[in-house]
Design a protein around this ligand. Structure first.
Ligand code: HEM
Length: 394
């Protein structure tokens, strides 16, 4: 037996704009397959993707979670101390970040976030067609997330272009990456400055990290780089999570009615959005040793592309996987990853999505599609550029 080699290119604009139509072929190709254009391997079935995410000793992140292997090529930026780190370094930084982002502090913000979401949503109800990406999915996180970190007030418009270029950088050096790096050059410089102690406010997760540095729990340079992790991973992800939720309910109006009848389903609904929508489509790992997958040998140093979104719709794991069904038990999805690198900000994301959906559930009868959604191709995220909708009042 040999590993099937596919000519499929997951990084064309067309494939990035409509990835789900290729996932059946990827899952059917086998538990592991080659992607000949990039001399790497891929996995798209739930069991293998989840097992690889869990086995951090074999599927390492420290050699980069993009196509580039940091043991062969210089990293394109000083690597993330979380996402692109393995234990023991990862244990230390993750332990520190877990303390900074602990749940009680976050819960204390929930009431304020709910009020902010209501203030953004209310004027949109019955106001005709608007772009739910700019008007809601971006507007809400951009109001609350920079405050959570204690980010400076000027220049926050840099956050999204910066994040887009970061997520493009996990793919190949294609035109998308080139263009977004050019577009984000100023934004990247602004982010690098904004992570420094002197630019952060006295209160927020940024200041908490520098307080940890003062206690000797990390260095000042590490604190800066950990603030950068918040800014890289915490904005465009939630923007697209919120946009995906609005799109899923707009395209499946009966599911909005299910939620309206029983708003206590909101948390289940959020998990289903994360399973169904594939906001984080893919991440790479690198094999630290030769290993066997179902009788196939993968050499040491192989780059393996894990198709999280395909795993989340694998019929071997989920009944009727292409159906958006907020009553299903979606727990176990890998939309936030799995294992030691599972999303640090998952509770932030859940609380943000809950604030937006709860602000609409009583007063919006229908989230109506008001025009074609436009995708914004990205090498990692399944992102929306615009989403015209109307919020029909109850
Ligand atoms: C809907 C929103 C979000 C999605 C879909 C998402 C998705 C993910 C995924 C799939 C991973 C795992 C990557 C891997 O295993 O290589 C991850 C890790 C991470 N996420 Fe999120 N994320 C979201 C929101 C956030 C937010 C709001 C923050 C910050 C507050 C954040 C910070 C991080 C960090 C720092 C990591 C790396 C953790 C580690 O390596 O230990 N994410 N996220």
């Amino acid at each position: 037996m040999s590993i099937p080699q596919l000519d499929f290119d997951p990084y064309t604009d067309k494939a990035l704009s409509d990835p789900f139509r290729h996932h059946d072929d990827l899952r059917e190709a086998g538990p592991v397959f080659g992607l000949s254009r990039y001399s790497c391997y891929g996995m798209a079935r739930y069991a293998e993707v989840q097992a690889a995410l869990k086995d951090w000793q074999t599927f390492v992140s420290g050699r980069g979670v993009g196509l580039s292997d940091f043991s062969k090529e210089a990293p394109w930026r000083p690597p993330s101390l979380l996402l692109e780190a393995d234990p023991p370094l990862h244990d230390r930084t993750r332990g520190l970040m877990n303390k900074v982002t602990a749940l009680p502090g976050l819960k204390a913000r929930q009431a304020e976030w709910n009020m902010t979401a209501k203030a953004i949503v209310e004027p949109l109800i019955g106001a005709g067609s608007f772009d739910a990406v700019a008007g809601l999915a971006e507007a809400f996180p951009l109001q609350i997330f920079p405050e959570l970190i204690g980010l400076r007030d000027d220049g926050r418009e840099n956050l999204i272009p910066y994040a887009m270029s970061v997520f493009n950088a996990f793919g190949p050096r294609n035109a998308l990456l080139e263009q977004s790096s050019v577009d984000a050059a100023g934004a990247s410089a602004w982010v690098a400055d904004s992570c420094k102690r002197q630019f952060l406010k006295a209160k927020g997760w940024g200041a908490d990290l520098f307080a940890a540095a003062d206690r000797g729990e990390c260095t000042t340079e590490e604190a800066e780089r950990l603030v950068r992790s918040f800014l890289s991973a915490g904005v465009d992800t939630t923007v697209n999570g919120i946009a995906a939720a609005i799109q899923a309910f707009a395209e499946n109006p009966e599911q909005w009615q299910v939620l309206r009848r029983d708003p206590s389903l909101v948390r289940k609904a959020i998990e289903e959005v994360l399973r169904y929508s594939g906001v984080a489509q893919t991440f790479f790992r690198t094999t630290s040793r030769e290993l066997e997958v179902h009788g196939e040998l993968l050499p040491e140093g192989s780059k393996v592309l894990l198709f999280l979104a395909a795993a989340n719709r694998d019929p071997r794991r989920w009944n009727n996987p292409d159906k958006f069904d907020i009553t299903r038990n979606a727990s176990g999805h890998v939309g936030f990853g799995f294992g030691i690198h599972q999303c640090l900000g998952q509770m932030v994301a859940r609380f943000e999505m809950e604030a937006v959906l709860s602000a609409m559930v009583e007063s919006v009868e229908e989230i109506r599609v008001a025009g074609p959604a436009v995708r914004r191709p990205n090498n990692t995220l399944f992102a929306l550029g615009s989403l015209p909708v109307q919020l029909i009042p109850a």
